[in-house]
Design a protein around this ligand. Structure first.
Ligand code: HEM
Length: 388
């Protein structure tokens, strides 16, 4: 029998959109505790806001298994899921193309994509699934647009992305094939953008950049692709609004609140009970708890978002909230989401279009019957039938 066999299994219950009351209480009473993860590993579960920030930003917590070096084999392709200076080098190049100003220029394009999807829903039968109709396709279209994938190649691109989605869950053979084909395709695109630069991210990366080899830029593009594919906050946000009709009414009466409401939606909604597992590099103390080098740690940003020390009355959903602290939904520290502005924009424009184009928008099934996905780490709502 292993020493850890008595540990409590995490998640405590199947995730269906709300963090359980017990977990929310533990944010204060036990911000760091010991659990067993679904893959059998024992880990430190980190729920407090401050402690989550430490795990995500302090170099004593690593994304690599203990003993692994940041550039394997003396300099293979570097990617974003690394620590320290090698990560910073890739990130610097990536961030150049992700400035708030550049991303803001995508707003009309994102709006057009949102409008087209909502119009197709309006023209189709009622009820309709808002996940299949808007939430799932939009980020894929946006990522294609941002990366500069030509329209003619998009059907092929979408098929690979379907395959990739299973890689994030299981790593099947199909997924590996899709990944290899995507890498080849992106390498070809990079060569093309060097010859004929456009107004897109790949072009911005290759223009005047000699710090990264093409293989590294391909990994970066893969990172952006994977990072930008699932924006579950839109469907989770819609559900939160339906569950809090007074907040929905407030938003309908004052649409100019949408931007602030988007931040509260991002803070309040949880799309999964899981997050990235990291490794402790050296013996240390976190939240009064001693950890040993090699221990696994999982910070849950959605729990940190409910820490009353940073968000008064944290379990109240209030679109008028003006918090002093930033929420952790986009992460924290060196790996803070590169696509924050673009992700936030998609949530805001999607909810805005749904509420204005569908004034009688309502769930077509009781909210408790809306199915959540359990086949992927990212979770999220599987389908969301609505009527209008
Ligand atoms: C509402 C939508 C989104 C949410 C909630 C979100 C959330 C996150 C979080 C929590 C992280 C940090 C993970 C970690 O600590 O390892 C992250 C990283 C990242 N995200 Fe996002 N994201 C969103 C949209 C996007 C979009 C649209 C893109 C790109 C088109 C994107 C690209 C990335 C990339 C490249 C990283 C890795 C950054 C690094 O490791 O340095 N994300 N995102």
């Amino acid at each position: 029998m292993s020493v850890n066999s008595g540990l409590r299994s995490y998640p405590f219950e199947p995730f269906t959109g709300d963090l359980p009351a017990e977990l929310l209480e533990m944010v204060v009473t036990e911000p760091v505790s010991r659990v067993r993860l679904p893959d059998g590993r024992a880990a430190w579960l980190v729920l407090g806001y401050e402690q989550c920030c430490t795990v995500l930003a302090d170099p004593r917590f690593s994304r690599l298994p203990l003993g692994a070096t940041a550039t394997p084999d003396g300099g293979g392709p570097r990617e974003l899921n690394m620590d320290g200076p090698p990560h910073a080098a890739v990130r610097r190049v990536a961030a150049r193309a992700f400035t708030a100003r550049r991303i803001e220029t995508f707003r009309p394009r994102v709006q057009r994509l949102v409008d087209e999807l909502v119009e197709a829903m309006l023209a189709g039968p009622r009820p309709a699934d808002v996940v299949a109709g808007l939430v799932a396709p939009l980020p894929v279209f946006v990522v294609c647009d941002v990366l500069g994938v030509p329209a003619a190649d998009r059907p092929r691109f979408y098929a690979w992305i379907e395959g990739l989605n299973s890689v994030t869950a299981y790593g099947s053979a199909d997924a590996a094939t899709a990944q290899a084909q995507l890498r080849d395709y992106l390498a070809g695109q990079l060569a093309r953008k060097r010859a004929e630069p456009g107004d897109d991210l790949l072009s911005a990366w290759v223009r005047g950049t000699h710090e990264l080899a093409d293989a590294e830029l391909v990994e970066l593009a893969m990172g952006v692709l994977l990072g930008g594919l699932e924006i579950n906050s839109t469907s989770a946000g819609l559900l939160a609004l339906f569950r809090h009709p007074e907040q929905l009414a407030k938003l309908r009466a004052a649409p100019e609140k949408l931007s602030a409401a988007t931040d509260e939606i991002l803070r309040y909604t949880s799309v999964s009970a899981m997050f990235r597992v990291q490794v402790v590099r050296e013996d240390l103390v976190l939240g009064g708890v001693g950890m040993r080098a090699g221990d696994c740690v999982m910070a849950v940003p959605w729990a940190g978002n409910r820490d009353p020390r940073f968000f008064p009355e944290p379990n109240v959903f209030d679109i008028d909230r003006r918090p002093d602290a930033p929420h952790l939904t986009f992460g924290f520290g060196p790996h803070f989401c590169l696509g924050t502005a673009l992700g936030r924009m998609q949530v805001e424009l999607s909810l805005g279009a749904l509420l204005t184009r569908m004034p009688a928008l309502a769930p077509a099934v009781p909210p408790a019957e809306i199915p959540w996905r359990h086949d992927r780490m990212n979770g999220g709502i599987a389908s969301f039938p609505v009527t209008w």
